[in-house]
Design a protein. Structure first.
Length: 217
């Protein structure tokens, strides 16, 4: 049985704000940098989230960015090819990394607060190749035994799909550029940078469909 979220309107009065725009869900942009491609065995090395706000004009925009460097969990896989792409040295003594569990708890605290502030029911992950970020997030939650995960466990918004449909581009840098936004290849593969560019791309596509959404309300 599919339950209607409490923030979704069931009568003629539309729910205001971001809760009404996304059926009670709060989209939160997430990017992770990792030590490989297997979420069950490879290290989570960086996590960044970007909150989103809906203005009075109906346009979506970027809010606060939260980012943490993460220590590899004991026995974590670290593929040289992945580290070469990200440029991360997991054991650099100057790297301000914290334990995986602490990083997740801090991120989830921010997200839960925003879910409450925006009168939503749950967060939903927005990512570029969102399945990758969501699988690593879920694996880390299972590993650390954290009980209060604010994110939907399997649903997400994927900017690969949105970029392909709206802009004809699926690679993040190309989609961002096609949207008329700036892209710096030297900054890519940093969790904070990629999350912010993904957030800009998501906002741009959502805002392009604002009039269509409002006509249906």
């Amino acid at each position: 049985m599919i339950q209607v979220p409490q923030s979704e309107s069931t009568d003629d009065q539309p729910v205001p704000g971001i809760a009404g725009r996304f059926r009670g869900f709060l989209p939160v942009v997430v990017d992770v940098e990792t030590g490989g491609f297997n979420p069950a065995t490879d290290a989570l090395l960086e996590i960044a989230i970007v909150l989103l706000h809906l203005g009075d004009d109906g346009d979506l925009s970027l809010g606060e960015t939260t980012r943490y460097h993460v220590k590899p969990f004991p026995g974590a896989g670290l593929e040289p090819a992945s580290l070469e792409v990200t440029g991360i040295d997991p054991f650099n003594p100057l790297r301000p990394a914290i334990d995986e569990e602490e990083a997740l708890r801090r991120v989830f605290k921010v997200v839960r607060h925003e879910v409450k502030e925006q009168a939503c029911n749950r967060a939903i992950l927005v990512g570029h190749n969102a399945f990758f970020d969501l699988h690593f997030l879920n694996a880390a939650v299972e590993r650390t035994k954290i009980k209060r995960n604010p994110f939907h466990p399997f649903s997400s918004f994927d900017t690969v799909t949105l970029g392909g449909v709206a802009l004809g581009q699926t690679v993040l840098g190309r989609a961002v550029t096609a949207a008329g936004l700036s892209w710096d290849e030297d900054e890519a593969h940093s969790a904070a940078y990629d999350a912010e560019r993904t957030a800009q791309l998501f906002c741009e596509v959502v805002n392009r469909f604002r009039e269509s959404f409002e006509r249906k309300r």
